[in-house]
Write a protein that binds this ligand. Structure first.
Ligand code: HEC
Length: 251
């Protein structure tokens, strides 16, 4: 019994250690926090729409299928086929059961951006929501860069500011922070068609969608967890009663 308890404690403490190490290596303090809500279905639908319109041209999400997204986001397959699918493969329109790839070849993109835009299926897990959200908010005008923009979260990123029409253009202002360093702030030099609050909502929706895509099973996992716990507690009672019944002649 003692060894069993010691074993359980060991497993638990290793788990805790691993989790704290993951947090330690996680997001840096200067990232803005985003509120991820995977149960906000309307938000996820908007996020998917923005993603398809503004990002899919360069970034595939090739671990997802259109019909899975339709199912998870509460959309009909017709709605998805009509509003989300713009690609063709061998002359035929991409099918609802196909993977969410795009038509950009690695050589072309390398030539245009100097680097191939990565597939973003797992970016919600590798970078995390706060990073994606802060990155989409941190583009600023920088004439020294080939694309005319830079990014405070991802310095010298090879990605253009694709949402400039919505956000507008930010400029970097530097000032002395009084401690020998410089304080950098971004100011909106030229507003876009969305207000800053609307823009924050748009990039929250896109981030929410990318976090969902990174682990679609998460939508259902937590619900299943409760059913498993319920089953185990009922089963424990039955097992106890059975044990009592078996041992009643011995004791
Ligand atoms: C015109 C092509 C293009 C479009 C459109 C585009 N991106 Fe990018 N994106 C890139 C390129 C190129 C990179 C790689 C940058 C680098 O490594 O320097 C990149 C990198 C990224 C990264 C960082 C990935 C990583 O882990 O390094 C994220 C996140 C990202 N893009 C999100 C988006 C989102 C969200 C949208 C839509 C709002 C979008 N991108 C639209 C070209 C594009």
């Amino acid at each position: 019994m003692k060894t069993l308890i010691a074993g359980v404690l060991l497993v638990l403490s290793t788990g805790l250690l691993a989790t704290s190490a993951a947090f330690a290596a996680g997001p840096k303090a200067d990232l803005e926090q985003v509120k991820i809500d995977l149960h906000d279905q309307a938000g996820l639908q908007r996020g998917a729409k923005y993603y398809i319109n503004y990002c899919m041209g360069c970034h595939s999400v090739k671990f997802s299928r259109y019909n899975r997204v339709a199912l998870d986001l509460g959309l009909t397959e017709e709605q998805v086929a009509e509003n989300f699918i713009f690609t063709r493969a061998k002359g035929e329109k991409t099918k609802i059961g196909d993977l969410m790839t795009n038509g950009m070849s690695a050589e072309d993109s390398e030539r245009w951006f100097g680097v191939t835009p990565p597939d973003l299926s797992l970016v919600g897990r590798s970078r995390g929501g706060d990073w994606i959200y802060s990155f989409l908010k941190a583009f600023y005008v920088d004439p020294a860069r080939p694309l005319g923009v830079n990014n405070t979260v991802f310095a010298n990123a090879g990605m253009p500011h694709v949402l400039w029409e919505l956000q507008g253009w930010q400029e970097m202002a530097t000032k002395d922070d009084g401690e020998g360093g410089t304080e950098k702030t971004l100011t909106l030099a030229q507003p876009g068609s969305a207000s800053p609050e609307e823009y924050d909502q748009i990039i929250t929706d896109i981030t929410n969608f990318l976090v969902y895509v990174g682990e679609p099973a998460r939508l259902h996992r937590t619900t299943i967890g409760w059913w498993v716990l319920l089953f185990l507690s009922i089963f424990a009672v039955l097992a106890y009663l059975l044990k009592k019944e078996y041992w009643k002649d011995v004791h």
